[in-house]
Design a binder for this molecule. Structure first.
Ligand code: NAD
Length: 253
């Protein structure tokens, strides 16, 4: 039976864990050849093995999204390995501290969050766009957040970075609208992954309060975000461009 991404090559940046890994697995299940990119070699190789054991096609490339040479090499390696690049999901991101008012927050933390979430997403698109154009077109999905749609005290670095991701998504969508690349973003609400557990360490009461505020009364699953990424990247979303799609159980309403 034909699958949605048969014959397509998908690159998942920050694909070694959490939402990224779940998305890489979902792309492979739907027939894509998947390149997982990330910093952690052992976790990346584990992800590749899991995909291959399930009958899919995957490779791993070590990449640090904050370094231009590394991002350029990541895209080049994907094209060398699988012959093209059609779809990219830019998932890499960190929260930094989420419980300090701006006067108490640390500049080094702020710069780290911006380097990965903002510069990293920008660099990824910078090198992905030419490769996707050369492959005949496709789609980019960036990982925003409900943090890009509103404010919250104590979270200026992370929320600021995700607003930037959504701004860049709209600009690059417009740049490529007539060139055959759609660019959209998913905006997950609370999804239980390692990033969330680490980000809320010491702030468990806040985590419980945030869960209680979700209209569906539960955090999301990484697979539920993956489902939205695949839809945005697929032909089913062929006239959807520049959107920031909440995947949040109704939180952003
Ligand atoms: N989990 C949530 O509740 C939630 C909510 C909204 C948005 N998000 C976003 O979802 C994305 C994935 O988060 P997650 O919850 O799966 O956490 P995660 O920590 O499992 O995933 C983040 C990934 O980014 C990678 N990464 C970090 N820095 C990198 C770098 N310099 N170069 C390459 N890769 C790098 C990590 O190795 C990891 O694979 C992030 O962008 C995050 O901001 C998560």
């Amino acid at each position: 039976m034909a699958k949605r991404f048969d014959g397509r090559v998908a690159l998942v940046v920050g694909g070694t864990s959490g939402i990224g890994l779940a998305t890489a697995q979902a792309f492979a299940t739907e027939g894509a050849k998947v390149m997982i990119a990330g910093r952690r070699v052992a976790e990346g190789e584990e992800g590749v093995s899991a995909i291959r054991e399930a009958g899919g096609t995957a490779g791993f490339v070590q990449a640090d999204i904050t370094q231009p040479e590394s991002v350029a090499a990541m895209v080049a390696r994907t094209v060398e390995t699988f012959g093209a690049l059609h779809v990219a999901y830019n998932n890499a991101g960190i929260t930094g501290t989420v419980n300090l008012f701006v006067e108490d927050a640390d500049l080094v933390m702020f710069e780290q969050v911006m380097a990965i979430n903002v510069t990293g997403t920008w660099l990824a698109m910078k090198y992905q766009v030419p490769a996707i154009l050369a492959s005949g077109g496709g789609a980019i999905v960036n990982c925003g957040s409900v943090a890009g749609l509103r404010g919250s005290p104590g979270c200026s670095a992370y929320y600021g970075s995700k607003h930037a991701v959504l701004g860049m998504t709209k600009c690059v969508a417009l740049e490529n609208a007539a060139r055959g690349i759609r660019v959209n973003a998913v905006c997950p609400g609370l999804v239980m992954t390692d990033l969330v557990e680490a980000g809320f360490a010491g702030a468990e009461a806040k985590l419980a309060m945030l869960t209680a505020r979700i209209p569906m009364q539960r955090p999301g699953l990484p697979q539920e975000v993956a489902g939205a990424v695949l839809w945005l990247a697929s032909e089913e979303a062929s006239f959807i461009n520049g959107v920031a799609l909440p995947v949040d159980g109704g939180t952003a309403i």
